[in-house]
Design a protein around this ligand. Structure first.
Ligand code: NAD
Length: 259
């Protein structure tokens, strides 16, 4: 592995598990200093200790992305340790599913708080720091294919991810003058705790996913992480973009093969 990210510092929210953890591992293996954040301090610290870094170091920081003060504290703790911030990955997310006509307002609010407001608070805190530093940066928001299309029983989740997509475009435009690139990564079906839970629901099977995805399989957290690595390494002209890491799921006109 190269060390192209040495001397750069990254924060990844919700990184004690799943896709976030794979992103942290990918950036650390490329030499970045990495702050792994989680709501539970012990989990963040364990995940940081487990990470194999090359030239960089890893720390665990407690942060709840729904709390703006907690998010500001997360950036401050990272700066105290590493002195600067170059890469922010807003990964933390939840999914609560249910029929729209019965959906609980508290569940709606929780999904919006974590998936959309959390991305805004993380971007705002990181953007402020990057503007002060004066030499650009990269923000990557973890969206979903469900931010682009409608699926049954996912009103809050799909709305939150659609919001993330347009927040990404807006921040990209607003902070372009500071050379801060803001992009989103929109995974398709990736095997993690989040999708293991969904698999137990009626109407969502492993076979559905394989048939519906042109590459014929689930993606891996590492495959999402390598796409994030591309975005944060720089040397490209990409900002305000939604990169779909979905095995062709969105490109596929379902039924066009007679399936
Ligand atoms: P995951 O459940 O393993 O990871 C989500 C992480 O977010 C967990 O570590 C959780 O503790 C953390 N989190 C939740 N609420 C938080 C809060 N208030 N503050 C801080 N952290 C919080 O699931 P995952 O699949 O790795 O999901 C990561 C991201 O990828 C999410 O944004 C999810 O919507 C997105 N995504 C996942 C898939 C998939 O198929 N797995 C597909 C598309 C998008």
């Amino acid at each position: 592995m190269s060390e192209e990210l040495s001397d750069r510092t990254a924060i990844i929210t919700g990184a004690s598990s799943g896709i976030g953890n794979a992103i942290a591992a990918e950036l650390a293996a490329d030499g970045a200093n990495v702050a792994i954040t989680s709501r539970a301090k012990a989990r963040a610290q364990e995940a940081a200790a487990d990470l194999e870094t090359t030239s960089g170091r890893a720390i665990g920081v407690q942060a709840d992305v729904t709390d703006p003060d907690s998010v500001t504290g997360m950036v401050e703790a990272t700066i105290a340790e590493f002195g600067r911030l170059d890469i922010m990955v807003n990964n933390a997310g939840i999914n609560i599913r249910g029929p729209a006509e019965e959906f609980d307002p508290g569940d709606w609010q929780e999904v919006i708080d974590v998936n959309l407001s959390g991305v805004f608070y993380g971007s705002k805190a990181a953007g402020r720091q990057m503007i002060v530093q004066g030499d650009g940066g990269h923000i990557v928001n973890v969206s979903s294919i469900m931010g682009e299309v409608g699926l049954h029983e996912r009103a809050a989740y799909s709305a939150s991810k659609g919001g993330v997509n347009n927040l990404t475009r807006t921040l990209a435009v607003e902070w372009a003058e500071h050379d801060i690139h803001v992009n989103a990564i929109a995974p398709g079906y990736i095997r993690t705790e989040m999708t293991e839970d969904a698999l137990s629901d009626v109407g969502f099977t492993d076979e559905n996913v394989r048939n519906r995805t042109p590459l014929g399989r689930w993606g891996t957290p590492r495959e999402v992480a390598t796409s994030v690595r591309f975005l944060v390494r720089g040397g490209h002209f990409v900002t305000g973009e939604i990169l779909h890491a979905d095995g062709g799921w969105l490109a596929f006109a379902w039924g066009s093969r007679g399936g």
